[in-house]
Design a binder for this molecule. Structure first.
Ligand code: PLP
Length: 401
């Protein structure tokens, strides 16, 4: 058997439809973000597609806390949480995260992906007859967790309250249910009707599970996410977040009631049997969360950059999706063209914007997704819009109305 030929055949399929993934080998330079050195083309570039939305990955307090914890505690945690891997920093961070979301308790995971996978997988599997109602555009980590649970799953149309209610009505009131959804959807940048979903959850006796990965650090007076911004935190059963995007480091968590967190801590295989995050990571995140709790400077700078980019794209009539969040999707609509534009932006102009193709977004909606931050200057924004304008002309692309 030529196994490699089997692998290659599958990969050839990706090449044929333009969805093969090429990674950019970047060398981020602390203190110079959004600039980085691109090894593939051997030059410095400006990054426009980072999820380090607020540049906390180079924030001095965060780096100092990590250096200090590294020197004091060493490199790794040394075990799973249960077997010698619970460091003081893990506990302090969980306390901080619970308080950030106004919840009794929080539980750390090695990534946001794992926090979704383990929490939904564990609850839906272990609560007898549990039904999961899942938004059609939920992230892969939630989908995989739900699938792993083998619980009954019902997919409701994206952000569609009527469709959600239609499903809820079909499930007996005394059957346990979870409504799983996101606050900010990261590809279109649209926001869920959180309050109305909570109302339906109350009416039909469902738990609510909100993925705030693209909102924590970013929204709310203390960076507690969209639920905090809207004053709805107390209405959600579980708030899930990442420590790797706006908080700038790595890791994931849930914040919820003490019994729920203890349940996942006690039954979640992907939590129990994996070495915990290095203490220095927890220390760095703790500094990041604390900083963003007090400081709105980063959030304000980021909002300004987003507004300016939209304004300039509008003037240049480059088509982009307007939304209530910080994500600026410039629509291309073809996988190969999207890849070509991204290559040209990089090689001709030094702007790095990864093309977003199927299966991350539906075919025909391929895009360049820009996430400007507080450190993108007005000149940077002017330059990237200029480059896009030149390419729009060169490729004879359609302009916005
Ligand atoms: C990135 C992402 C995750 C996973 O978080 P990581 O910390 O990167 O593993 C979960 N949900 C959504 C919506 C995401 O975009």
């Amino acid at each position: 058997m030529d196994y490699d030929a089997l692998f290659q055949k599958a990969l050839d399929g990706l090449h044929a439809d333009g969805s093969y993934r090429y990674f950019a080998e970047l060398e981020r330079k602390a203190g110079q973000f959004p600039r980085a050195f691109h090894h593939g083309i051997g030059r410095e570039v400006t990054i426009w597609c980072s999820n380090d939305y607020l540049a906390m990955g180079q924030q001095p307090d965060v780096l100092a806390a990590m250096h200090k914890a590294l020197d004091e505690t060493g490199a790794g945690a040394g075990g799973t949480r249960n077997i010698s891997g619970t460091n003081h920093y893990h506990v302090a961070l969980e306390t901080e995260l619970a308080s950030l979301h106004g919840k009794e308790s929080a539980l750390l995971f090695n990534s946001g992906y794992l926090s979704n996978w383990v929490t939904l997988g564990t609850i839906a599997a272990r609560i007898k007859d549990c039904v999961v109602l899942s938004d059609a555009l939920n992230h892969a980590s939630m989908i995989e967790g739900i699938r792993h649970s083998r619980a009954e799953k019902r997919i409701f149309r994206h952000n569609d309250l009527e469709d959600l209610e239609r499903h809820l009505k079909e499930i007996p009131l005394d059957v346990p249910k979870i409504i799983a959804f996101e606050s900010v959807y990261s590809m279109d940048g649209d926001v869920a009707p959180i309050e109305a979903i909570c109302d339906l959850a109350d009416q039909y006796g469902a738990m609510t599970y909100l993925d705030e990965v693209h909102a924590v650090g970013m929204y709310g007076s203390q960076g507690g996410g969209m639920a905090q911004e809207l004053g709805l935190e107390h209405r959600l059963t579980v708030i899930e977040g990442t420590l790797g995007k706006a908080f700038g480091v790595v890791g994931g968590y849930i914040a919820a009631s003490a019994p729920l967190c203890d349940f996942v801590r006690s039954f979640g295989s992907g939590f129990i049997f994996s070495t915990s995050l290095p203490p220095m990571i927890a220390a760095g995140v703790l500094a990041s969360v604390k900083h963003l709790k007090k400081s709105s400077t980063e959030r304000d700078g980021q909002k300004k950059a987003v507004a300016l980019l939209r304004q300039k794209l509008g003037q240049a009539r480059i088509p982009y999706i307007m939304n209530p969040s910080h994500i600026v999707p410039v629509m291309v609509g073809d996988a190969k063209l999207c890849r070509a534009l991204s290559d040209d932006l990089l090689k001709r102009f030094g702007h790095y914007i990864q093309p977003i193709n199927y299966p991350t977004v539906p075919r025909g909606t391929e895009r360049l997704r820009l996430t400007p931050g507080p450190l993108h200057s007005e000149a940077d924004i002017e330059a990237v819009v200029q480059a896009l304008s030149t390419l729009w002309k060169d490729y004879k692309l359609e302009y916005a109305a």
